[in-house]
Design a protein around this ligand. Structure first.
Ligand SMILES: [Zn+2]
Length: 73
């Protein structure tokens, strides 16, 4: 008597991965970049953030954090 095939389970994970920031409805990467008072339209990581929301409730940009840490030292 043949055994029934074992069903293969596909992990319920988004194929794009978990560390990729989502793009919001308004087209912004949902990352909270850091800016300086001298250049509030350019993030510390170099991204043009003109028109970005101010203090959005999104995860902080790791690149901006790294730059800010470097400037603090
Ligand atoms: Zn950034």
């Amino acid at each position: 008597m043949p055994t029934p095939p074992i069903p293969t389970r596909t992990p319920n994970i988004h194929p794009a991965g978990l560390n990729v920031p989502r793009i919001g409805d308004d087209g912004f990467e949902e990352l909270c970049h850091l800016v300086t008072d001298e250049d509030p339209d350019t993030a510390l990581c170099g991204k043009d953030v003109t028109g970005y929301p101010w203090n959005p409730p999104w995860p902080s940009c790791e690149a901006c954090l790294a730059v800010s840490r470097g400037e603090m030292n």
